[in-house]
Design a protein around this ligand. Structure first.
Ligand SMILES: *Cc1c(COP(=O)(O)O)cnc(C)c1O
Length: 367
């Protein structure tokens, strides 16, 4: 927390607008849209809700295909299953660890041939780093497929001159407790299409028809953000640039401390892009370090330090068994390698230099 959250919450109490709506919700929507560089935003209860609404707004239904990055947190793809649509999973590429434009192109070409183009492509910006949005957006345009940018982990990152999350037809953000800024829980759906964002607000408040009585013709949800939660978000957003700098500093200190370790390769940063370094992630090559990634995690756990593997790709999850998968190359899946060798280190914005030194020394002892 920054210390300023309480004043926004007090404002909500003073005005007696606790929930559901109020000036903090309006303010947070406007301020986030401005920061990201999009025209409209709807504040909702989670990033997952924002993805679900995006799929509903694109009229995704049972039997429709939706493409999604395979290397991601399950929340990116769960809403595909809510609508009983068919997920098609796309591999990552080595320069960003995000969706491979080449694999997406193969998938789109095949889909077109079989006359089952997807209703949407969900591109995830992993660990704070933008995917190759230009190539991916150009492909989606060429095939006339809507792009949903899952920027839950990349708020504050840049890609070229623009902010991460502003490249899709829809952008999705999360303010869950583990994200770079948090409202305790919450999310945002953004778009330049005003009608879509208005409809998102309608669907997120139980889809009530304009009538004096309570009348409903569509399935709606209770997905709206409360005015208290939005107050936390407004203060958090004021600190986003500082949080990005703090996370980047954490990353830089790890990189510097391990620069002599040949078997460590840190998540790269795309030329012309600036990651928010939400998590410091690296690949551990055990033929060079003589220590397995999992051994490092276990050794840290013994010292009460939590580290984790990189996300288990969705195409390897029991939940998505049988889903069509497009690897980087016909016989080479890059996300399998990231899962096998990838390590995420403690990366909190509030980590002290002493905290970080403790992590570094524990790993160095092991090596
Ligand atoms: C956290 C996260 C989500 C979901 O956001 P919630 O607010 O937790 O629902 C979606 N996608 C990615 C990549 C995430 O990291």
């Amino acid at each position: 927390m920054t210390g300023k959250e309480q004043s926004y919450i007090n404002e909500a109490f003073d005005l007696n607008w606790i929930a559901p709506l109020g000036n903090n919700v309006d303010g947070f929507e406007k301020e986030l849209a401005e920061y990201v560089g999009v025209n409209h935003a709807a504040a909702v209860s989670s990033g997952t809700a924002a993805i679900h609404l995006a799929l509903r707004l694109l009229e995704v239904e049972q039997g429709d295909a939706v493409f999604c990055s395979s290397l991601t947190f399950v929340a990116s793809a769960n809403p595909i299953l809510y609508e009983k649509a068919t997920p098609v999973l796309i591999d990552s590429e080595p320069e960003t660890w995000n969706m491979s434009p080449a694999a997406l192109e193969r998938a789109l070409r095949d889909a077109k041939k079989e006359n089952i183009l997807p209703k949407a492509v969900i591109v995830v910006n992993l660990y704070g780093q933008s995917a190759k949005m230009k190539e991916l957006a150009d492909l989606c345009d060429a095939y006339d497929v809507a792009l949903i940018e899952d920027a839950a982990e990349s708020l504050g990152a840049d890609y070229g001159e623009r902010k991460s999350g502003s490249f899709g037809y829809f952008g999705v953000f999360s303010f869950n407790g583990n994200k770079i800024i948090t409202t305790s829980g919450g999310g945002m759906l953004t778009s330049n299409d005003e009608a879509m964002i208005k409809k998102a607000r309608f669907l997120s408040t139980q889809a009530r028809d304009p009538a004096l009585h309570y009348q409903h013709s569509e399935i709606g949800y209770n997905y709206r953000m409360s005015n208290i939660v939005a107050g936390i978000g407004r203060a958090q957003l004021e600190a986003i640039d500082l949080r990005v700098q703090q996370r980047r500093d954490v990353f830089a200190r790890y990189q510097e401390a391990f620069q002599d370790i040949e078997g460590f390769s840190f998540m790269p940063e795309l030329t012309g892009a600036r990651s928010n370094r939400w998590l410091t992630a690296l690949m551990v090559n055990p033929t060079k370090t003589w220590v397995e990634r999992t051994t490092i995690i276990e050794a840290l756990a013994e010292e009460n330090i939590e580290a984790r593997p990189v996300w288990k790709p969705l195409h390897l999850q029991p939940l998505f068994e049988g889903a069509t998968y497009y690897p980087l190359q016909e016989n080479h899946s890059f996300s399998d390698e990231l899962f096998e060798y990838g390590l995420c280190l403690p990366s909190g914005s509030n980590m002290t230099i002493e905290d970080q030194e403790r992590v570094i020394q524990a790993i160095r002892r092991l090596l």
